[in-house]
Each structure stands twice: as structure tokens, then as C-alpha cells.
Design a protein around this ligand. Structure first.
Ligand code: GTP
Ligand code: MG
Length: 359
């Protein structure tokens, strides 16, 4: 799930590599890892594999420095392609901001590609997401093998929505960064459309100031495909995606079961309810970032001359050290944020709201 953390001035987005078994998803992440500078990448983590086969997922965090002080963090995941791991695929897909579908170009596996693409569509639909309006691109992989299907045929069979598509040879790293660059562009544009009041991170990409983006551009050997009529993601309403399978109590975040600080602030507790929702879902990283973002917004709304957020926090009566700690927690990678830290973030948001009420 994408988040904007105004406090740490960073945006984080999740991109999932989806496709049938052995199509080259893990290889794609391995080669991306190998071709990005060490400063811009984290460790490639492969959770539970059996030989070549992914049993859970691979994870690769990437970071890009932005010109105007905004950092873009990408979290790349792969799903296990084998048909019987559908529950795991759903878990990994949950909260994705964009998908790279990795098809195997060999004629003998066309049916597996079609089955996997249909599986992607239905799993997204279960999460309340409509693929035509969701950022996605395709890789036609293994172009180095003899006798693969022509691209026109793959396009006709798999790319009915006219998404950007790329010929790739994942094992040699060819075409991967072009595909990654395009999905990133689409995800950021989509995020922009859903949070129009936020700072636009696209500047880093178009201006060439982003380390990752410029490396991606430099290494992108395939020309960008002509516009193929994908429905503009900007058409999606700026609302959080609903999960129709979620229990009723969670669907409406204002109606959380049990204890909720959000009820202290009738009509103004939406952000707080979102943090509490994340905590209940054990999404501690997003909870902490959301809380930090909400605190930053509260501080930004203070009518005082003081510009620095830390100074504003102190003026509001927040503990300066606690405020700094919140920033540090929110800047951590999702997986590193613990429950006590996320609860601390919630505490600080509640404290800020309580203090603001007294002004
Ligand atoms: N010739 C060729 N082989 C490739 C290419 N990409 C991947 N492979 C090989 O295909 C096999 C499967 O690749 P993986 O990346 O493990 O496939 P996967 O999609 O992660 O598979 P699952 O984890 O089972 O879903 C490996 O032996 C790779 O070396 C390619 O572009 N060309
Ligand atoms: Mg794999």
C-alpha cells in the first residue's frame, strides 16, 4: 500500500511481480538487484524456496533520492507462480500499488500465462480493484529462447487492456529496468491522483534528479511502447480501496469494534481510525507512517510563524524527543516496525489531537 510520509518526506509503494510458475519473476528481481547501485537497494530476501521455485515471496526494497528532498521507496515482491499457492499470492498482492505481469513467451505455456492473468484479475477483484484502472505493465520474458510466440500474438492473447508491454530476457537483465521504470511512473501518477494535495514525486523522475530513475533510464534499452490506450489511472476516485471480503466492522473504519481513540474526536477521527485499523491488521509500518503523516498535517495546520515541524511540535506541547522518535520510526522499512513502536505512534497522534483541542 502506498503511503506518503510528510514527516520523513518520503513515499513508499509496493509493486508485485505476478505470473505463472517459472516465467522469470524471481530472476527479474535478482537481475534488478544486480543492476542497481548498492546505495539504492536493500537486501534481496527470498522467503522459503524449494530449488528454483518460490514458495512464499521474494522481496527487494529500492530507494531513490529525489531532487526536492522527497525520497521514493519501492518495495518489489514476487508471488509464487505455481497454481496451488493462491492463498499466498493473495497475501502478497494485498496492498499492492502496481503489478508487473511476467509472461513466459514460450508457445507451450500460453495456457499457464492465460490462467495466471485470469487469476490476477480475480484476486484483484476480490480486493475491490478493477485491473483496467490499476497500474500494471507486462513483460514478455524469455525472448532469447528459440521458437517463442511473436509479440503480436502474446499481445493479442494477454494484453487485451493495452497496458505498456516489454520484451525481456530476465536471465540477462534485458528490458527489466524499462518495465520497472514504466510501472513506477504509473504508480506514482496514480498515487498523485489519489492524493492530489501531496507533493508530486514525479519531479524527480522527469527532471532526472532521481538516482534510481536515472539509472533506470540509462539502462532502459527498450524504447517506451506507444500509448496503447490504457484507461488513465487518474480516473480512479481518490478513495482508499475497499476490501469487500473484509468483515463489516472493518469496512467502515469509523465503526471499529472495541476500544477506539477515534471516538474521542467525533467528525475528526478519520486518520486516527485508519491508524487503529492498520494496528488491528498488524500492519505496524503503515500504522506508524500514517500516524506520523497525520501529526505532520496537524502541525502544518497550526497558525504560527515557526516553520520547522519540530519547533511546531514543541509549541503544541509535544515532547520534542518523542516527536523525533516518531520520525525515526516512520522512516523505518515496514517490516522493521514493531507493535510497541506503532502503538507509540498512535499515542503521539492522540496526544497531538488532544493538545490541539485545548488551543
Ligand atoms: N532462457 C531464459 N531463461 C530464463 C529467463 N528468465 C528466467 N529464466 C529461467 O527460468 C527458470 C525459472 O525462473 P524463476 O525466476 O525462478 O521463475 P519464477 O517465475 O520465479 O518461478 P516461480 O517461483 O515458480 O513462480 C530459471 O531457471 C531461470 O534461470 C529468460 O529470460 N530466458
Ligand atoms: Mg520465483
Amino acid at each position: 500500500m502506498s503511503t506518503v510520509n510528510a514527516l520523513a518526506r518520503e513515499i513508499s509503494a509496493k509493486i508485485v511481480y505476478y505470473g505463472p510458475g517459472l516465467s522469470g519473476k524471481t530472476t527479474s528481481l535478482q537481475q534488478i538487484h544486480a543492476s542497481v547501485r548498492p546505495e539504492s537497494r536493500g537486501q534481496l530476501v527470498s522467503l522459503s524456496t524449494e530449488g528454483d521455485r518460490t514458495l512464499f515471496f521474494d522481496f527487494l526494497p529500492l530507494k531513490s533520492e529525489q531532487v526536492r528532498g522527497l525520497t521514493l521507496r519501492l518495495q518489489l515482491y514476487t508471488v509464487p507462480g505455481q497454481v496451488f499457492y493462491d492463498a499466498t499470492r493473495k497475501l502478497v498482492l494485498n496492498g499492492a500499488d502496481g503489478v508487473v505481469f511476467v509472461a513466459d513467451s514460450q508457445a507451450s505455456v500460453l495456457d499457464s500465462n492465460l490462467e495466471s492473468f485470469a487469476n490476477l484479475e480475480s484476486n484483484l477483484a476480490e480486493m475491490g480493484i478493477d485491473l483496467p484502472a490499476f497500474p500494471h505493465v507486462l513483460q514478455y520474458n524469455k525472448r532469447d529462447l528459440p521458437g517463442v510466440l511473436p509479440v503480436a500474438e502474446l499481445r493479442r492473447q494477454l494484453n487485451l487492456l493495452g497496458a505498456p508491454d516489454f520484451e525481456t530476457v530476465a536471465s540477462r537483465g534485458e528490458g527489466l529496468l524499462a518495465a520497472l521504470k514504466e510501472i513506477t511512473r504509473r504508480v506514482v501518477k496514480d498515487l498523485d491522483a489519489r492524493h492530489p494535495h501531496r507533493a508530486a514525486p514525479r519531479q524527480g523522475f522527469s527532471g532526472g534528479g532521481s538516482e534510481l530513475a536515472s539509472r533506470i533510464s540509462a539502462a532502459a534499452e527498450a524504447p517506451e511502447p506507444a500509448a496503447q490506450g490504457v484507461a488513465a489511472p487518474a480516473g480512479r476516485p481518490p478513495a482508499p480501496r475497499a476490501d469487500p471480503s473484509a468483515p463489516e466492522a472493518y469496512r467502515d473504519r469509523g465503526q471499529l469494534l472495541g476500544l477506539s481513540f477515534a471516538r474521542m474526536f467525533p467528525g475528526r477521527g478519520a486518520a486516527l481510525a485508519d491508524v487503529e485499523h492498520d494496528l488491528r491488521e498488524r500492519s505496524y509500518g503503515p500504522a506508524a507512517r500514517r500516524a506520523a503523516e497525520a501529526v505532520a498535517e496537524l502541525l502544518a495546520g497550526l497558525r504560527v510563524d515557526e516553520a520547522a515541524p519540530a519547533a511546531r511540535a514543541t509549541l503544541l506541547g509535544l515532547d520534542g524527543r518523542e516527536f523525533l522518535r516518531l520520525g525515526r520510526i516512520a522512516a523505518k522499512p515496514d517490516a522493521a516496525v514493531t507493535e510497541p513502536e506503532a502503538l507509540f505512534a498512535l499515542h503521539l497522534l492522540v496526544a497531538a489531537m488532544v493538545k490541539l483541542e485545548r488551543i
